[in-house]
Each structure stands twice: as structure tokens, then as C-alpha cells.
Design a protein around this ligand. Structure first.
Ligand code: ZN
Length: 359
């Protein structure tokens, strides 16, 4: 039987020849704005996590600039934006704000932006409502439901408490949401300045994340749906315990590769711009399939709980509290996907814990 390291090495060797290219290996510094294409600006804002930055793009519009995403909802982000609008963005007005999804690193300062610039706020309906939902998240009923969910997946009390602690502070990570929004929908075409963009939304990382494709100038704002070097988190959470978020994510990737050619410049929500969209989509799909294989191998001889499977899949990582929550959610996403594909069966033990076995 292969060791884990051998399995990883074999999987790496089996990957197609890498055609990914990263034209900007250096990213903009904290007070810099980089023009990646005529009328397309890229800047970065800091995040207080191991993933320490988020990318922001500005698109030239008729009466100013459309800003895509806002950064985390803390005072430091406001200070950075203020310095940018006093510095490299001086004299630029914001024509509209577009937010790709409701995670705090993207929507965090939407309320501040709309208040400061009096601009309209564009987002998909589901992401807007997701933001509203998250800002109401810590009710006693939800805590009870989450505790039940984690216990059912075999997490012990200490981990359950840790998981309940994280993610409960969305209010601290986001400014109040704008009270009104303009809806972006999958398949819609919108005009920004001289350019037309096709809106392509996708689930998995977030329920209806907005990505934007400009066919004429061959570039694609992929948000967190396709990232350059890391795999976006795809999780299942307690409010929809049977969700097949990984299945949705993988179909979204297939749809993106079908709708957009390989030779576009991809502008992702984190990391650096790149060429090789189809190669990256293949890598991301293979990455999830490798994890499914690890789960199938581990569940072949004995039934395993999700808690037991976390170290099987995430053996390479030393996880902090923030990452433990994401790891548990990701693991359950793989399990639910494999259940939907009938690659696993589940039984509920007398102890109220789910155990999975490979078919
Ligand atoms: Zn993000």
C-alpha cells in the first residue's frame, strides 16, 4: 500500500504539463495601484488571517470607476481606502460598487462605500440575502443547531466549542450592509464604460458568487470561484447539513470552462492574475478528486466519522482555530458529494454520530 506522501507525489506527477502563467509575479504594495489593462486597476487590501490579502479591481466607467469588492470590515481597511483616495486614486469618483459575494473580506466595507460615495450597490440577490442572514447569525437556535451538526459529525466538545466560537462575529467583520441593492443575475450582460461584461454566478464557495467576463478584451474577474494558487474553501455548514456544495462547485467550474476560453487574463479575488483558466479549473477539480480518493481509501476497511477523516485529508496542515472550522466544513462537503455520487454510505450510530463507508 502506498504511503500518503507517495500518493501525493504520484498525483503530482500525473498532472498535465503546467501551462499556467503569472504575468505579475509582484503584487501591488499597500499604497499602490497597478493598471493590468487599459481602464482596469488592481490593488490589494490587508486581511487579518493567514490568507493575508484580498484583491480589489476598479473598472473605468462613464462617470468614474466601478469598484469590485471592498475589503474587510475593520478600521484599517477604511484607513487604507482613505489613503488611496488621497493618493493614487485622488480625483477618481466611484460610479458604482459591485460586490462578488457576502464573505467579510469582499463585502466588509460595502456600507461605508455607499455612504461615502453615494453610489449604487450591485450584488446577486442570494449574496445580498446571505449577508443579511450572516448579520443575524448568532441566535440561540442557530447555536443549538450548529452544536447538533458538529456532534453528529463526531467532533468532540472542545472542537465543537471552538467551531461555534469562530464565524460568530460577522458583525465585527462587516460594516452595516447598504439598505438597498441592484441585482446581478447569472447570464445578464452589463455595460461598464465602453465594455460589456457577462455575469456568471456560481455556487460552492458562496451560494451565488458573481464573476464577470469581458469577451471583447479577453479578461475574466473570477472572484474566489477560481483562484490562482490556492483552492477556494468549499464547505457545508449547519444551516444546510445535506448541501452538496462540492457538487455545485465542480459543476460551476465545468460551466466556466465551457463559457470562457483558456487564453483570457484571469483576475482573481486572491493571489495574482494569471493565464491558463482551463488548466487551473482542471487542477482544482483534480485536487478535490484526490481528497475524495483519500476519504474512499480511509473508509474502505472501517466506517469513519467526519472528525476522524479531518486529519486523513488535512494531514499536511497545522490548523489554527480559523482553519479548523474551514477544514471541518470542507471535509463534510466532500462526504456529502461522495454520498450524492453513491461512493459512500452512511449509518447513524446509537451515539448519534454519522459514520461513512466506501462503496
Ligand atoms: Zn475571499
Amino acid at each position: 500500500m502506498q504511503t500518503k506522501a507517495e500518493r501525493i507525489a504520484a498525483a503530482e506527477a500525473a498532472k498535465p504539463i503546467d501551462t499556467l502563467r503569472y504575468p505579475w509575479d509582484a503584487h501591488p504594495g499597500p499604497d499602490q495601484v497597478v493598471e493590468v489593462l487599459p481602464g482596469v486597476l488592481w490593488l490589494r487590501l490587508k486581511l487579518p488571517f493567514r490568507l493575508n490579502h484580498v484583491n480589489i479591481y476598479l473598472l473605468e466607467d462613464d462617470n468614474g470607476w466601478a469598484v469590485v469588492d471592498t475589503g474587510f470590515g475593520n478600521d484599517e481597511t477604511i484607513a487604507t481606502w482613505t489613503a488611496l483616495f488621497d493618493g493614487p486614486l485622488k480625483g477618481k469618483t466611484v460610479s458604482r460598487l459591485i460586490v462578488t459575494h457576502a464573505h467579510p473580506d469582499h463585502i466588509g466595507q460595502a456600507g461605508w462605500f455607499v455612504e461615502r460615495f453615494g453610489c449604487p450597490f450591485y450584488i446577486s440577490q442570494v449574496e445580498y440575502l446571505q449577508g443579511v442572514y450572516h448579520r443575524n447569525r448568532r441566535t440561540e437556535e442557530r447555536v443549538v443547531n450548529s452544536r447538533h451538526f458538529f456532534r453528529r459529525h463526531g467532533m468532540d466538545e472542545a472542537i465543537t466549542e471552538q467551531l461555534l466560537g469562530r464565524g460568530q462575529d460577522y458583525l465585527k467583520k462587516t460594516a452595516p450592509l447598504p439598505a438597498a441593492y441592484r441585482r446581478l443575475s447569472n447570464g445578464q450582460d452589463i455595460t461598464i464604460g465602453k465594455r460589456s461584461f457577462r455575469i456568471i454566478t456560481g455556487a460552492g464557495h458562496s451560494p451565488d458568487q458573481v464573476t464577470m467576463y469581458c469577451a471583447a478584451d479577453k479578461f475574466y474577474l473570477s472572484a474566489d470561484q477560481v483562484l490562482s494558487k490556492i483552492s477556494p474553501n468549499v464547505s457545508v455548514w449547519a444551516h444546510e447539513p445535506d448541501e452538496n456544495s462540492l457538487g455545485s462547485y465542480l459543476s460551476s467550474l465545468t460551466g466556466i470552462a465551457a463559457a470562457i476560453p483558456n487564453d483570457v487574463l484571469v483576475l482573481p479575488g486572491h493571489g495574482v492574475p494569471f493565464y491558463g483558466l482551463h488548466d487551473r479549473v482542471t487542477q482544482l477539480s483534480e485536487h478535490h478528486e484526490e481528497r475524495c480518493q483519500m476519504i474512499a481509501d480511509a473508509c474502505r476497511d472501517e466506517a469513519m466519522t467526519s472528525a476522524q477523516l479531518v486529519p486523513v485529508v488535512f494531514w499536511k496542515h497545522v490548523l489554527d482555530a480559523h482553519q479548523t472550522g474551514f477544514a471541518a466544513g470542507e471535509l463534510i462537503a466532500h462526504v456529502n458529494y461522495m454520498l450524492a455520487q453513491q461512493r459512500l454510505t452512511q449509518t447513524l450510530g446509537d451515539d448519534g454520530v454519522l459514520r461513512f463507508r466506501a462503496v
